[in-house]
Design a protein around this ligand. Structure first.
Ligand code: NAD
Length: 272
């Protein structure tokens, strides 16, 4: 069900499916998408200070028929705000915009060279102060995580990376599994481009599901937290109808074999 969660290393339960809200800068559009998602049972929203819609997240959560505690809110510190003191200040701003007294998960958006370790130290402090329920990072390669973990007191609980059938991220996933770091897939549908894939559409016909549902299900069965984005109400609902069927091992493999190292975003080593 939509209440299905992934247990993070500190015991916190993170919803396995959430709404991603990147490029929803029109306030009404963002609010409408979040309102719809919560109405149909989504329990998580993935935002970032960069997305410029934390205020709408706050409003949608405040007006929801479910309580704040039932929802899981992720936000991120943007690259120009990194560093120890800067991150603490950026967090305060996000918290104010979100109009909340805590956030479930706070992430370093990208590993800014010479800053990401200090950024993460600030995130650890926020965790110690109970202002966030879990710590994490985004776009960190194993070498970034190794560098962090060499000095960190608290291991990051989540790494959010670009991941979809054309970019299966085996190395990152193996590293994460070994260190009990949960993986969240961003652009889980490859920004919509993997939806056209012929193999995925064949599988979709077989299960009488849409291509989007097949891809989301593939993530879930691979133990990957998934945050597809849509502003279209029918698609928001469709993307959540993924707990009533199961892909066979054979079909999972067929989809994994589509990997072709194709990125729609930047690489963490050259993102500037
Ligand atoms: P996505 O892979 O979720 O694709 C979204 C696009 O797919 C939509 O704009 C729409 O055109 C299409 N789509 C969605 N559902 C559909 C359906 N049922 N049928 C047909 N088309 C459908 O791409 P995304 O928005 O890039 O990624 C999702 C979320 O990941 C973002 O909103 C954001 O929260 C997060 N993200 C994080 C980072 C990061 O650096 N951490 C970077 C990019 C995105």
């Amino acid at each position: 069900t939509l209440n299905s969660t992934k247990k993070l290393d500190n015991g916190i339960e993170m919803p396995r499916l959430g709404l991603g809200v990147y490029k929803m800068t029109e306030p009404e559009e963002a609010y409408g998408a979040m309102e719809k998602a919560i109405q149909v049972g989504y329990k998580a929203i993935d935002t970032a200070s960069l997305y410029n819609n934390e205020e709408q997240v706050g409003e949608a959560v405040k007006n929801a028929s479910v309580s704040r505690e039932e929802l899981f809110i992720t936000t991120k510190v943007w690259n120009t705000d990194q560093g120890y003191d800067e991150t603490l200040r950026a967090f305060e701003k996000s918290l104010t915009k979100l109009n909340m007294d805590y956030i479930d998960l706070y992430l370093t958006h990208w590993p800014v060279v010479d800053k990401f370790k200090d950024t993460y130290r600030a995130i650890e402090r926020l965790y110690d102060e109970k202002l966030i329920r879990a710590t994490g990072v985004s776009n960190h390669e194993p070498h970034h995580l190794e560098a962090l973990m060499a000095t960190a007191n608290i291991k990051p609980m989540v790494n959010q990376i670009e991941l979809h059938p054309y970019l299966t991220q085996l190395e990152n996933r193996e590293f994460a599994q070994k260190h009990k770091i949960a993986i969240t897939a961003w652009s889980p549908l490859g920004r919509g481009r993997v939806l056209e894939d012929a193999v995925i559409n064949d599988v979709a016909r077989k299960y009488n599901k849409s291509a989007a549902q097949i891809i989301i299900r593939w993530h879930l069965q691979n133990d990957i937290v998934v945050i597809p984005k849509s502003v279209t109400p029918s698609r928001i609902a469709e993307n959540a109808q993924v707990f009533d069927f199961e892909l066979s091992e054979e079909d999972l493999q067929l989809i994994s074999a589509l990997h072709r190292d194709e990125r729609y975003g930047k690489h963490p080593d050259t993102f500037k």
